[in-house]
Design a protein around this ligand. Structure first.
Ligand SMILES: Cc1cc2nc3c(=O)[nH]c(=O)nc-3n(C[C@H](O)[C@H](O)[C@H](O)COP(=O)(O)O)c2cc1C
Length: 159
């Protein structure tokens, strides 16, 4: 980050569309998070430190990095990886562990390829910070809103 190099994940993607409800929700969560962490919009130093913490997986003791073979055509395998990722998070929860699925940690993939010995034949897709949660840490008090189930489901043939 200090080098000012732009993020360049193995699997390029775009941010959420401007003015979309998805971006709106992302901003809502960010406002809540920065409020709890006492980071104001203008405080560039604190924002910088928060960004650095994200690159360190929020000081979690371990991170799981999930990759897929470069020969595979996506998006199909991304669906499979989403399932694997969620299964890891749910299994962790079963053992009293906390997780944070983290895109940020894979935005400079060459670091992970080198540090974790992940061959170039693999495309790094996502990472998961994992550890026992510190509930006193303010960011862990974020509660994201959930769209009511009625708004996102259609029932056909059950009238
Ligand atoms: C694909 C994906 C990538 C994410 N990347 C990050 C990230 O880089 N940094 C981060 O703090 N949260 C990231 N999150 C959000 C957290 O993992 C988590 O979803 C968020 O804290 C809200 O959790 P909740 O919606 O289950 O309450 C990501 C989530 C997903 C699904």
């Amino acid at each position: 980050m200090k080098s000012k190099a732009l993020p360049h994940p193995d699997l390029p993607g775009k941010g959420l569309p401007r003015d979309s409800v998805y971006r709106k929700r992302q901003i809502e969560v960010a406002k809540q998070l920065f409020g709890l962490m006492d980071i104001s919009r203008e405080d560039l130093e604190k924002r910088d430190r928060w960004m650095e913490l994200g690159f360190r997986y929020f000081n979690a003791p371990a991170a799981i990095v999930i990759s897929m073979d470069r020969s595979l055509h996506y998006p199909r395998p991304i669906f499979d990886i989403g399932s694997v990722t969620q299964n890891i998070c749910l299994t962790a929860l079963h053992y009293g562990l906390g997780t944070c699925i983290a895109n940020q940690g894979i935005t400079y993939p060459e670091v992970l390829h080198e540090f974790a010995g992940i061959p170039e034949s693999k495309r790094i897709v996502i990472s998961i910070a994992i550890g026992y949660p510190n509930w006193d840490f303010p960011a862990n008090k974020v509660v994201s809103n959930r769209e009511p189930i009625e708004n996102i489901t259609s029932w056909v043939g059950f009238e």
